[in-house]
Design a protein. Structure first.
Length: 280
C-alpha cells in the first residue's frame, strides 16, 4: 500500500521518524490525505504506535488560510502537572507523556502540524537522552555527520557539497537518538533551503561539526566545556522548565563525551568532504 493509500484508508496517519511512531487521528480524511505528501517517505502503518495524537481542526481566522502566519506568535511550552501544554496563535496542544497521548486544536495548515510534531519530538527525545538539533545531517560510508552553527554558517551548503554516494538526512533539523551510550542520526521530513525532506535512513553518529566559512578547509578540536555550550546553543527545546533544561544539559554533556565535537572551517568546495572523511 503506498503512502497516499495509507493516509486515506482511514482518518489517521502513522508518521515514523527515527524509529518513533506517532499516530495522528482526525475527523478530516481530507486533511490526512493532504498531509500525506508532506510526510512522504515517513509514513507507514504500525499495529502499536509509540504515541497517539488526536487532532481537532478549527477554521482559519476570518476564513482566510493566507492569514495564518506560523511565525507570528512565539511558541509557549509549559508544564501543568504531568501534562505538557504547547500553544501558539495557530494551535493549542496538550500531551501526557505517561499515557503517550495528546490532543491538539489547530488550523488545517501543514506549518501548524509541522510545529506540533517537532515540539513533541523535542520532549520525547529529551527524556530518552536524544535531541532534535538545528543542524544538517549526512550519512556517508556507513557513518553520519552532523553540521550545526548560526544561520548562514553553511548547513545547507555543506549538504549540497556532499559526495554523490552520500545521503542527506536533513538540511534543517537533525534527529539524534541515544541507545546504551551509542548515538545515531536519522532522516527527518523537515526541510530547510533544499526544500525537500531528508532520506528516511539512519547511521551511527561519527562526528558533530560547528561550521564557519573561511579561506581554507580545517578542523579544530573544541575543549569539552566549549563543545557542550555549542551543542546547547543548537539543541531545540522550547519549554522554560528547569527540570527539562537540566535534562537537556545532561544530554549535551553525555553526547559531547562520546561523539567528537569539532569546529569545521571550510571553503564552499566539495573537497571539504575529503577532510571530513579523514577525521572521523
Amino acid at each position: 500500500m503506498n503512502a497516499h493509500a495509507i493516509a486515506t484508508a482511514a482518518r489517521e496517519m502513522d508518521i515514523g521518524i527515527g524509529g518513533l511512531w506517532v499516530r495522528l487521528r482526525t475527523d478530516s480524511p481530507d486533511f490526512v490525505a493532504a498531509m500525506a505528501g508532506r510526510f512522504r517517505g515517513f509514513l507507514g502503518h504500525v499495529a502499536q504506535p509509540d504515541h497517539v495524537f488526536d487532532i481537532e481542526l478549527t477554521p482559519f481566522p476570518d476564513g482566510d488560510d493566507e492569514a495564518v502566519d506560523a511565525h507570528a506568535d512565539e511558541v509557549q511550552v509549559t508544564r501543568a502537572g504531568h501534562l505538557w501544554q504547547v500553544r501558539r496563535g495557530d494551535f493549542f496542544a496538550q500531551w501526557d507523556p505517561r499515557l503517550r497521548h495528546g490532543h491538539a486544536r489547530m488550523v488545517p495548515s501543514p506549518y501548524s502540524l509541522d510545529s506540533v510534531i517537532r515540539i513533541l519530538h523535542t520532549l520525547i527525545l529529551a527524556e530518552q537522552g536524544g535531541m532534535l538539533m538545528h543542524a544538517s545531517s549526512v550519512a556517508w560510508g556507513g557513518r553520519a555527520f552532523v553540521f550545526t552553527g548560526v544561520s548562514g554558517a553553511g548547513k545547507t551548503t555543506i549538504s549540497r557539497l556532499c559526495p554523490p554516494n552520500a545521503h542527506i538526512l536533513t538540511d534543517e533539523m537533525s534527529f539524534i537518538r541515544a541507545n546504551d551510550g551509542l548515538y545515531s542520526a536519522h532522516g527527518t521530513p523537515f526541510s530547510g533551503e533544499l526544500g525537500r525532506p531528508g532520506e528516511n535512513l539512519s547511521a551511527p553518529l561519527a562526528g558533530i561539526f560547528l561550521l564557519a566559512k573561511g579561506p581554507e578547509n580545517r578542523i579544530d578540536p573544541f575543549p569539552p566545556a566549549q563543545a557542550v555550550r555549542a551543542l546547547m546553543a543548537n539543541i531545540l527545546y522550547f519549554a522554560r522548565d528547569d527540570a527539562l533544561t537540566a535534562r537537556v544539559f545532561d544530554n549535551a554533556i553525555a553526547l559531547a563525551s562520546r561523539v567528537p565535537v569539532r569546529r569545521l572551517t571550510f571553503v564552499p568546495d566539495s573537497r571539504v568532504w575529503d577532510l571530513i572523511g579523514s577525521q572521523a
